[in-house]
Structure formats: structure tokens, C-alpha cells
Design a protein around this ligand. Structure first.
Ligand code: ADP
Length: 437
């Protein structure tokens, strides 16, 4: 009898233990599922912010998308960004907000954008470079001058985190809610990652704006230079020609030689002005992209070089070239420069032999212009592409030193690359790579 009771007791205990184990396992599974779900949610948030950051072509849309996504993730009604003014280093409201209810939060927004007083929360984040959490703004009215308007709008808790470029904050994002919200280190860690992501956008877009500004400045300068310089230049050329025409018979050979130098100087300066203008335009004018046969562009460039080809007795062999997506006028200018150089930079007494060949390399087309010229010292290769770069010891060859700088600018604006390598048979190979259409 006792045996049976003991056995029943043992079985009951076992059953209970198994039930408990199953409950534990179910709780664990539910907990894991919740964690997984949250993780998934966090990953989605990071992905959405990253996608918006990559697509943005200005700072504000990237900030706007991040703020909307964070508010949706948290189910919080208010989000806002401050940016550091690069000129003064001061923190300024960006004007980018998410407000679930514009009327209800209008006074809070106005207090946040008060030009005379940047609120404590973003100021503190700027000073420490770290995120901060406030559970109740009403607790500390001395710090939170927005406490009153926040309470009136039903806002209580909030957090803020920096947008970082390396260790340097370039702005602050802040979010607010009406409910109780305890500090959440895991969430702040997630926000830190968003802060780094947005810091990159701020840096990238400021660089882009800076580059556009300096390109526009350069173009404006080039226009002014070309018009203002062209005028006195024309007058010098005119008077020198007049001098030769009217007084030519009274001048000796030496005087006529000086006049020839003056004319040469004027022509060189005119070429430099023209090239400067081309360089400026290569960075700013709109690209008119279309499908073009590179073979036709090369043929066009060779027509323009007809005299040089004949004078130098050059042989130019052109292989099969790919179809590209490019601005025909601009890309033909690149071939004109490369072929012109290939014909020009040969040793005296050597007939130029130039080969133009094409091949595909993955998703790109590659076109090479190989010559049997004087070659370029490998140490000078990068200098050759700089503005006004004329390599040492080449004074006998005429040029402005802008052709390669213009060509690289054009190719890079097409999303490609232009470089030079030594030709195994002597001379140089200039190669350009552009995405296939
Ligand atoms: P430019 O020919 O007007 O001087 P570029 O910008 O076209 O200016 O070229 C810059 C410099 O690079 C040239 O002055 C020359 O020294 C060198 N270079 C360019 N192309 C070649 C080439 N095919 N072979 C040798 N040197 C070259």
C-alpha cells in the first residue's frame, strides 16, 4: 500500500516538475520571441535610417526621415534636430521637426527654437558628446526652461543624443513623450548608432555644398578672367599686328623677332584662358548623357587633330571601341586631349605611333590610348593631372598644362576614372574607365 502511495506521489511530483519545466521553456521561448521581435524592429529602424541617409542629397531630408522613423519606433509624439553652425560653432535649431499635433506642440516648438536660449538638454549633449535621458522635465525647472510649456502640452520624459563626426558633435536629436519612460541604455546605444550615421550625412553634405560652392566660384572666376583678360589681350594683339604692318619695313630682324615673341605670348595666354574656361565648365555644366559610340568620338577628335597628325607624320590605329553613356561633346574633348598629347609628346625624329583600344572590364568599359612617346616619370604621374602642371624638362613642347586636369574632371563627373601607366614598349598608356550603359 505504502509502495503504491509513494509511487503515486513520486509520479505527481514528476508531472509537476515536467509542467514547471514546460512553463519555463514556454516563458523563455516567448521572451526570446519578444527579444527577437524587438531586435528585428531595431534592425529595421537602423536600415530605414541608413537608406534615407544614403539617398539624401541634403541634410534636412535625412534628419526628417530619421526623426519620423525614431518617433514611429518609440511611438513618441515629438522629435527635433539641432545643428552646429559651421561658421560660429553654435548650436541652432534645424527647423526639422516631427510633431504629432502641430497646434498642441506649437508653444513647445517655439520655446525650443528661442534664438536667445538653447535648451539645457541639447546643450548638455553637446558639452559631453553623450546621449542623455530625462524622466521628468518638471523635476528640475531650473534646468528645463521648457518644463512649463512641456507640461502644458502634456510632455514629460525625453532623451537626446549627438550626431557625431568622429568624436565631434555636429548636431543633436531630441525626442519627447507624455508617458513615463525610464532610461533605457539599450535604446540609447541604438540611438548612438543613428547619431553616427547622421553625422556622416552632415559631413558628406557639407563637403558637397562646399565643393559646389568652390566649383561655382571657379566658374565665375573663369568667366570674369576670360572676359576681362580677353579684352586687353585682343588690344595687345591688335597693336602688335599694327606695328608689324605699318612699321615692318622700318624694323630690323631683331625687332621683328621681338614682335613674334609678343604674338606667341598673346596666343599662349589666349589658349590658357580658353582652357581655364573649359576646366571650370567641365565641373559645373550639365552633362547631356546619351548613348554614344566611342569610335565616333575618337574619329571626331582625330579630324580636329588632322594638321598635327599630318605635320608629325603620326600613325593612329583605332580598334573596336564600346558604346558608352556619356556627354558626347565633353568626352570627345577627353579624346582630343589624350590623342593630342600622344602625338605631341614624342622625341624629335620619332614618328608618333598611337593605338586606341577598347575592352570590357566587369560592368565597365575601358579605353586605352597607347603611345611611343617620351613617357612620364612614375614619380610625376599624379602631378601631370594637376592644374597648370607641366612636367620638368618638357619646355620644348607647347601646352597649357590643363588638358589632363580637364580630362580627369570630365571622366570623374561621368562616374569614371582616368589614369596613366608606362607602356611596356616605351611611352605611355592613358586609360579611362566608364560604367557601361
Ligand atoms: P599640356 O599638354 O597642355 O602641357 P596636359 O595637362 O595635357 O597639359 O599634360 C600635362 C603634362 O603631362 C604635360 O605637360 C606633359 O609633361 C605630360 N604628358 C601628358 N601627356 C603625355 C604623354 N602622352 N606622354 C608624355 N608626357 C605626357
Amino acid at each position: 500500500m505504502t509502495d503504491v502511495t509513494d509511487e503515486a506521489h513520486r509520479l505527481r511530483e514528476q508531472l509537476e516538475a515536467e509542467r514547471q519545466a514546460r512553463r519555463d521553456a514556454e516563458r523563455l521561448a516567448a521572451e526570446n520571441a519578444r527579444l527577437l521581435y524587438e531586435r528585428q524592429d531595431e534592425l529595421e529602424l537602423l536600415e530605414m535610417v541608413a537608406a534615407a541617409s544614403n539617398e539624401a542629397t541634403a541634410i534636412e531630408p535625412a534628419l526628417g526621415a530619421a526623426i519620423v522613423h525614431v518617433c514611429a519606433h518609440m511611438r513618441w509624439p515629438v522629435g527635433h534636430a539641432y545643428l552646429v553652425d559651421p561658421a560660429t560653432g553654435a548650436l541652432r535649431p534645424s527647423g526639422v521637426w516631427y510633431l504629432e499635433d502641430e497646434t498642441r506642440f506649437a508653444a513647445f516648438r517655439a520655446a525650443s527654437e528661442d534664438p536667445d536660449l538653447v535648451p539645457w538638454l541639447p546643450t548638455n549633449v553637446m558639452a559631453t558628446g553623450e546621449s542623455a535621458w530625462v524622466t521628468d522635465m518638471g523635476d528640475d525647472p531650473e534646468h528645463f526652461h521648457r518644463a512649463e510649456v512641456a507640461r502644458a502640452a502634456g510632455l514629460r520624459a525625453g532623451f537626446a543624443f549627438p550626431m557625431l563626426v568622429g568624436p565631434r558633435p555636429v548636431g543633436v536629436l531630441e525626442f519627447f513623450t507624455g508617458g513615463d519612460a525610464a532610461a533605457d541604455p539599450a535604446l540609447l546605444h541604438l540611438m548612438d548608432q543613428i547619431g553616427v550615421q547622421l553625422g556622416r550625412v552632415v559631413e558628406r553634405e557639407r563637403w558637397r555644398a562646399e565643393l559646389e560652392r568652390s566649383n561655382a566660384d571657379l566658374e565665375a572666376f573663369a568667366y570674369v578672367a576670360s572676359h576681362d583678360l580677353a579684352e586687353p589681350l585682343r588690344s595687345v594683339a591688335g597693336f602688335v599686328a599694327l606695328l608689324e604692318r605699318q612699321y615692318g619695313d622700318r624694323l630690323d630682324d631683331r625687332a621683328r623677332e621681338f614682335i613674334a615673341y609678343a604674338v606667341d605670348g598673346v596666343e599662349r595666354m589666349q589658349r590658357m584662358i580658353d582652357d581655364l574656361l573649359l576646366y571650370a565648365r567641365a565641373g559645373t555644366s550639365d552633362l547631356r548623357l546619351e548613348r554614344v559610340d566611342a569610335g565616333e568620338l575618337v574619329a571626331g577628335a582625330l579630324r580636329d587633330l588632322g594638321t598635327a597628325v599630318a605635320e608629325r607624320g603620326a600613325t593612329v590605329e583605332v580598334g573596336t571601341l564600346p558604346v558608352l553613356r556619356a556627354d558626347p561633346g565633353q568626352l570627345q574633348r577627353v579624346f582630343l586631349n589624350l590623342l593630342g598629347n600622344a602625338i605631341k609628346y614624342t622625341a624629335p625624329g620619332v614618328s608618333p605611333l598611337v593605338t586606341v583600344s577598347g575592352r570590357t572590364a566587369g560592368d565597365d568599359a575601358e579605353i586605352a590610348v597607347a603611345d611611343n612617346g617620351i613617357g612620364i616619370d612614375p614619380a610625376e604621374v599624379e602631378r601631370a593631372f594637376e592644374m597648370f602642371a607641366r612636367l620638368p624638362g618638357k619646355a620644348e613642347y607647347q601646352g597649357t598644362g590643363l588638358g589632363l586636369a580637364i580630362s580627369r574632371r570630365i571622366v570623374e563627373r561621368h562616374g569614371g576614372r582616368l589614369w596613366v601607366e608606362p607602356n611596356a614598349a616605351g611611352g605611355s598608356v592613358f586609360a579611362l574607365r566608364l560604367p557601361l550603359p
